[in-house]
Design a protein around this ligand. Structure first.
Ligand SMILES: Cc1cc2nc3c(=O)[nH]c(=O)nc-3n(C[C@H](O)[C@H](O)[C@H](O)COP(=O)(O)OP(=O)(O)OC[C@H]3O[C@@H](n4cnc5c(N)ncnc54)[C@H](O)[C@@H]3O)c2cc1C
Length: 380
């Protein structure tokens, strides 16, 4: 432990994904007396890879604008349509909404935005919350102590920052899928610019989208048993992508990454001095591509609350539920439907004949209630 006296902050944020950076930025921009003292730490060195479909909804874009980070969207490409395939059935829906954006670029731009707003950013630094609510930071063999009025935990699905704090255990859904994904070279998978290509198979689904660089982001959610039974992840992805694969060796060469079980939530999302946001608070499978939207909205709301409210932990569980309950329920219902490909094929057949209800459902994805605007967090 360092001999220096502990570092002091108003708000300390663990994890610099979309949730953590949004929290840090919102806190820094709306603190009492012209700005809170904010610390943002991440154990990774950036740019860092993240398994993700890289599609950001209009709601997520609106949150980015609202925290004054519009320029982080510079490398985004607009999305225009969704193509869902299941067996011989295919439905193409016009959906001029949202953008595709590479996570390496978005996440780096977001923490840089926080840094330029005065946030003290420490990368390659892991953090854990001690039972006395102080933080222990570890970086290159050195350890530091940090004290903060509020700690915002945004350490994702695989974070361990809360392991020593009682009451934050995970509740993982029994039939949860696992995620995997990779960024593939341009032209290796058939996927038109601006189109989200989803393929539903027995035991899971896979999505592909073209990024501004021309590379293709491929991300999948799958029954862990199927993944274990597959010879390797690349072969599994090839089977799921079917005839859209144009360059199979590129899939073999790609750097595939996995995730833990996806559908889960914490037993609680707040305790005195602690607020939990983004995937670290809970997540539902990715078919609808809303995870970043929830991460940004819960992060921004918690950051605002932490910087402006005397006892934010008393307010956060209600605020968090208001932001996430409806979209999580919608996603949970959809993911249950996707477990039955025969039902999906029947729905696609109906969609081919009556596309309008499907198009309006697709447009509704990512939306939360207007009342949940993060700027109202402090007044809730
Ligand atoms: C297959 C798949 C496809 C998806 N597709 C989409 C999509 O198309 N659109 C969408 O919006 N969402 C999608 N998602 C979900 C999205 O990726 C997540 O919801 C989003 O990344 C959550 O952001 P976050 O900031 O909460 O967590 P993360 O982005 O996971 O960030 C957490 C950060 O915490 C850091 N960290 C962890 N532990 C510590 C520690 N102890 N100390 C310091 N730092 C720590 C990590 O290094 C990491 O940088 C998908 C997810 C999967 C698995």
């Amino acid at each position: 432990m360092s001999l220096f006296s502990p570092l002091q902050f108003d708000v300390a944020v663990i994890g610099a994904g979309p949730a953590g950076s949004a929290a840090a930025l919102a806190a820094a921009r709306c603190g009492k007396n012209g700005g809170a003292r904010v610390l943002l730490v991440d154990r990774a060195q950036f740019p860092r890879a993240k398994v993700c479909g890289s599609c950001l909804t209009d709601e997520g874009i609106a949150t980015i604008h609202s925290i004054g980070a519009t320029r982080v969207l510079a490398s985004a490409t607009p999305l225009r349509s969704v193509r869902v395939t299941c067996g011989a059935r295919e439905l193409r829906i016009s959906r001029p909404a949202g953008v595709a954006i590479a996570r390496e670029l978005l996440d780096t731009a977001l923490f840089e935005e926080a840094q330029s707003a005065g946030v003290d950013v420490r990368l390659a630094t892991s953090a854990r919350v001690r039972p006395d609510r102080t933080l222990e930071l570890a970086c290159g063999g050195q350890r530091f102590e940090v004290r903060a009025s509020t700690v915002i935990v945004a350490d994702g699905l695989a974070g361990n920052a809360l392991d020593e704090i009682d009451g934050f255990t995970w509740r993982i859904a029994k039939r949860s899928h696992m995620g995997f994904g990779a960024i593939l070279p341009a032209g290796s998978v058939q996927c038109a610019p601006g189109e989200i290509c989803m393929r539903v198979v027995d035991g899971g689904y896979i999505g592909a989208v073209q990024l501004a660089s021309g590379e293709v982001d491929v991300a999948a959610a799958i029954d862990p048993k199927l993944l274990r039974a597959a010879k390797n992840v690349a072969l599994c992805a090839r089977d799921m992508l079917g005839e859209t694969v144009l360059d199979a060796p590129a899939l073999e060469r790609a750097r595939w990454r996995g995730t833990p079980l996806l559908t889960r939530r914490r037993a609680r999302v707040a305790a005195e001095g602690i607020l939990v946001v983004g995937d670290a608070a809970g997540y539902v499978e990715p078919f609808t591509g809303e995870g970043m939207t929830w991460a940004l909205s819960t992060g921004a709301a918690a950051g605002t609350l932490a910087a402006t409210h005397a006892a934010p932990h008393q307010v956060w569980p209600r605020r968090y539920a208001a932001l996430t309950r409806a979209p999580r329920l919608r996603c949970a219902l959809l993911s249950r439907t996707l477990r039955a490909p025969r039902l999906v094929r029947a729905m696609l057949a109906v969609g081919e004949r009556f596309p309008l209800p499907f198009a309006s459902f697709a447009r509704s994805l990512g939306r939360t209630s207007h009342a949940c605007d993060h700027r109202s967090a402090s007044t809730a």
